[in-house]
Design a protein around this ligand. Structure first.
Ligand code: 15L
Length: 280
C-alpha cells in the first residue's frame, strides 16, 4: 500500500468567533490537529490535538509566530461586521496583509480567506452574479473583504500561494430570515469548501460563494461545483418556518443582496448597476 500523505498542518485565525467556533470541531475531526489563534481565548478551551496562540493580526512578530510550520491557513480573523474605519483598517486590511506576508516568508502553501457576501452586497437581488463580477462592496467591512480578495490574487500571482476566497453568506444551523434563505450556509457545507481550499490539487486562485444548496440563491456558484463542491443542506427545507414570520420592510436593503448592510448610511436614490462581469 502507498504511504498515506501526512495531514496538512492547519492554522485557524479568528478561532474564538462565531464561524470559528463552528468550524473548529469539524476541522479538528478532519485533520486531527489544529492551531487556533485569536485576540481573545476561545470560550471552549483547546481539546487534545489543538493549541491556542493569542495573536494580534496587525503585529508582524506575533503573526510570524503563529504561521510557523503551518501548511494552510484558514483566515477568519478580523472585524466581521460593519464598523468604524480604524478597527477595520487595522484588523482586516493591515491584519490580512501582515498575515499574507508572514505566510509567504514562512513558506505557507495555502490560504483560505473568509471573504464575505458584503464584498458584492450592492448587486441587486434580481441579478444572478458569479465569481467573475467586480466587487460592489456595501460597507467599509465589505470593502476590506474585496481588498483581501485582491491581496490574495497578488500573493497567488506573484508568489505562488494557493488561495481560495469564500464569499461567505451566513453561517448558521438554519436560515434565520428571508434574505438568509438565499445566502445561508450550513457549517458542514462550509467545511467542504474549506477542504477544497486546503487540499484541492488544481487550486491556484479562486473565488467561490459560501452558500448551501439554496433554491432562492442569487449566486451562480458553478466555480465551486467545478472544484467538487456538493452542498448537502437546503435552505428551502426551512422556508415555511422562515416565511411564516413577518419581517419589517426595508426599502433599501430589500432591493440589494447585502440587505441591511446596504441600508446603513445610504443617502441617495439608487446606485448605478454597471452590468460589467458575468451578470445574468
Ligand atoms: C457577514 O459577512 C457577517 O460576518 C455576518 O455576521 C452576517 O451578517 C452575514 O455577513 C450576513 O450577510 O448575513
Amino acid at each position: 500500500m502507498p504511504p498515506t500523505p501526512p495531514r496538512p498542518r492547519v492554522l485557524l485565525t479568528g478561532a474564538a468567533g462565531d464561524v470559528g467556533s463552528r468550524l473548529r470541531p469539524l476541522l479538528l475531526a478532519e485533520y486531527g490537529a489544529l492551531r487556533l489563534s485569536d485576540l481573545r481565548e476561545p470560550a471552549v478551551p483547546p481539546k487534545p490535538g489543538e493549541t491556542f496562540v493569542r495573536a494580534d493580526l496587525a503585529d508582524p512578530a506575533q503573526v510570524a509566530a503563529i504561521v510557523e510550520e503551518v501548511d494552510a491557513i484558514v483566515h477568519l480573523g478580523g472585524y466581521s461586521v460593519e464598523g468604524p474605519w480604524e478597527p477595520i483598517l487595522s484588523a482586516n486590511i493591515v491584519g490580512t496583509q501582515v498575515l499574507y506576508e508572514a505566510a509567504r516568508r514562512g513558506g505557507v502553501k495555502r490560504i483560505v480567506f473568509a471573504s464575505s457576501n458584503h464584498a458584492v452586497g450592492f448587486y441587486r437581488r434580481d441579478r444572478t452574479i458569479d465569481h467573475a463580477v467586480p466587487p460592489r462592496p456595501d460597507t467599509r467591512y465589505g470593502l476590506s473583504k474585496a481588498f483581501g480578495e485582491a491581496l490574495g490574487a497578488l500573493y497567488a500571482d506573484k508568489h505562488g500561494l494557493r488561495v481560495l476566497n469564500i464569499r461567505i453568506g451566513n453561517v448558521a444551523d438554519a436560515p434565520i430570515d428571508r434574505r438568509r434563505l438565499a445566502i445561508w450556509i450550513a457549517p458542514a457545507d462550509l467545511l467542504q469548501l474549506v477542504r477544497i481550499g486546503i487540499e484541492h490539487p488544481d487550486l491556484r486562485y479562486e473565488i467561490v460563494y459560501g452558500a448551501s444548496d439554496n433554491a432562492r440563491a442569487w449566486w451562480d456558484n458553478r466555480r465551486a461545483r467545478e472544484f467538487g463542491y456538493r452542498p448537502t443542506a437546503r435552505a428551502e427545507d426551512h422556508a415555511a418556518r422562515v416565511l411564516s414570520v413577518a419581517e419589517t420592510p426595508d426599502p433599501v436593503g430589500d432591493r440589494f443582496q447585502g440587505g441591511g448592510f446596504c441600508t446603513q448610511a445610504f443617502d441617495h436614490d439608487e446606485p448605478a448597476q454597471s452590468g460589467r462581469g458575468n451578470v445574468a
